[in-house]
Design a protein. Sequence first.
Length: 341
Amino acid sequence: MEDTLERWQSEKTAAYLSGAVAAAESDPGKAKLFREMADAAETQAGILAKELKQVPTFEPSLRSRLTASLVGLFGPRAMKPILSASKVRGVSVYSGKLPAGHPWPTSVEEVGGRHRGLGGGTLRAGVFGVNDGLVSNTCLVMGVAGAAVEPGIILITGVAGLLAGAFSMAAGEFISMLSQKEMFEYQIGQEKDELERYPAEEAEELALIYAARGVPLNEARHITKKLIANPEQALDTLAREELGLNPDDLGSPIGAAISSFIAFCIGASLPLIPFLFGMSNGVTIAALLSGAALFVVGATLSLFSGKGALLGGLRMLLIGAAAAAATYGIGSLFNVGTGGL
């Protein structure tokens, strides 16, 4: 009974926030969609109310009222992540338009198939992890070197910075991924239960979403009714289209933490190499090595932005060099002596 009451409150909240989105939405088509979503949530709340012995009076929570105010202030698109977390259906309309020319799949199989991504998130996260470690520890090494301390102290400081940064980044990634995973699993679990309780209503909601994105309503209803007949595929599509969630992005918190730790360590270790091997002119060699690595990282990141590799590499090199020069200059203000650098 408590679970049913919680779901009833969730549907009433979704109806309340959908109404807030409709009121704030300047696009008539999207406003109409969210009014219909509010009505659909009220209908589903009514179905759940029949299972309750006593239906309480609904009062929007402080969080819901604050969300509604922010939607009115900043607009629904800016509040998409919060609306998704509040189980407001239809927020996928703010993720982009359906492609022109052939906007609607010709079979149920295409509905599920068109959502399968090619990945690349792990590579992207790894490159950014290397970049973070490289920039942060290069700046740390240069700042300490600017103070003219001995190479041994620079190495110890750099290793401490490497470990502190790597553990901090790993912990941050773990908490971030775990929180996202728990939210996704909870909301997908709710969607699964709703799909079992009232599949026809879920099919209608999905049809309304596609209609708001330019698909003829009758055609949308025809396809979504077929889609609902396949529970696994229906759940995947409902999570994406109603809640704006991607079940493929659940990921592994432990895997994310480990990969972030390793990537950060790789980047942060590069400016320490000359000091680790006791090379003369360690600061100069560290600067050149870090500069070359920054260029490579910038060129690699251009693969994700679509910009030219040369431009991306030079931009990253200039940004990193400016940061390193600034920390070196600040360090020099605290000059503690010469250490044969």
